[in-house]
Ligand binder design. Sequence first.
Ligand SMILES: NC(=O)c1ccc[n+]([C@@H]2O[C@H](COP(=O)([O-])OP(=O)(O)OC[C@H]3O[C@@H](n4cnc5c(N)ncnc54)[C@H](O)[C@@H]3O)[C@@H](O)[C@H]2O)c1
Length: 347
Amino acid sequence: MAKKIKWSVIGSGGIARRRTIPEGILKADNAELALVYDINEQVNAEVANEFGARQAHSVEALLDADVDAVYIATPAHLHRDHVLACAEAGKNILCEKPLGMTIAEAQEMIESCRTAGVKLGCAFMMRFVAQHVEALKLINEGRLGKPTYGRAQLSCWYPPMEGAWRQDSVTGGGGSLIDMGGHCIDLLEMFFGKVSKVSCFINNTIHDYESEDSATALLLFENGALATVDTFFCIPDASSKNVLELYGSQGSILAKRTIGQGPAGQMVAFLEGEDKGYDAQQARGADNGMIIAPDPVNTYRAQIEEFTQAIIDDREPAIGAELGLRSQKVLAGCYESARSGKAVEVA
Ligand SMILES: NC(=O)c1ccc[n+]([C@@H]2O[C@H](COP(=O)([O-])OP(=O)(O)OC[C@H]3O[C@@H](n4cnc5c(N)ncnc54)[C@H](O)[C@@H]3O)[C@@H](O)[C@H]2O)c1
């Protein structure tokens, strides 16, 4: 039987328990779950019991154990310390987004992993959504023409809660923008290339916690395309369709709910081909777009299998830490713009 990479988890009680362990590590053909750690001992015991793993009682104990890879799913402000400890122990690391709290932290994390000779990935699992993969193919084939405009939306209802780390910028690094907008920005860069300049507003429109509950960013890409990211903690879940819209000089790709955690999304492409000249009537035919409905892919499984295979093949992971750093740079530009009221060049 092919070798399976032994995984462990730091911060087992949140998204790890809900998604990444059951749908990712346990389902991946090339991975197995060995050990879990969470600061909440009771939760950790439940997770270990639920998924047939051993319990570690400290980060140090987990790193002393015979494991090849660590999935870090702790609150954002702990990522740096956990990554540095894992690197020093010689473990490969898949770290949840945001990679760090700042550009400097992300750079330090990358450097420490490079020095230690371990792999560092960032968990932008929405890149694996089957429709996103198809959309990227169409764009790379030139079927959209020259990219002109994109919109990525990710919003939910996130009311004030005691101890919620995302609601305090000291522990979350920000609110809806860094937490959910990070995925949107990463996806738009996957489709359109690098962002060069940003302009952004953030606000607390409904909730009175310290982090923003509202953010809208306008992005200018190096290739001249524009995009908006809108991401709110104060729109009811069912009311946000988490739309993705990608427009070019020859068509558009429009999706609902492909941005998110599940496979429920729908995507349609309108590919009109070469320039047909100006039509003063602006005539539109029937809504005869091409439905893009590939077999669904479980993104949590895909991200674990891909990162695990990078360890086995001793190559760079497809979603490496450089993308985490890139995201951090665009996010930092957005927050700087929101603070200064000016458009900001991305570092
Ligand atoms: N890609 C996705 O689908 C997705 C979804 C949700 C969250 N996330 C990311 O995952 C990370 C965790 O988010 P979450 O929603 O699971 O948060 P959470 O608060 O639900 O869970 C975090 C877990 O970490 C544990 N923890 C806290 N401090 C710890 C410490 N010092 N040592 C060990 N464990 C500790 C907590 O007890 C908790 O069980 C964040 O970076 C977040 O952005 C990603």
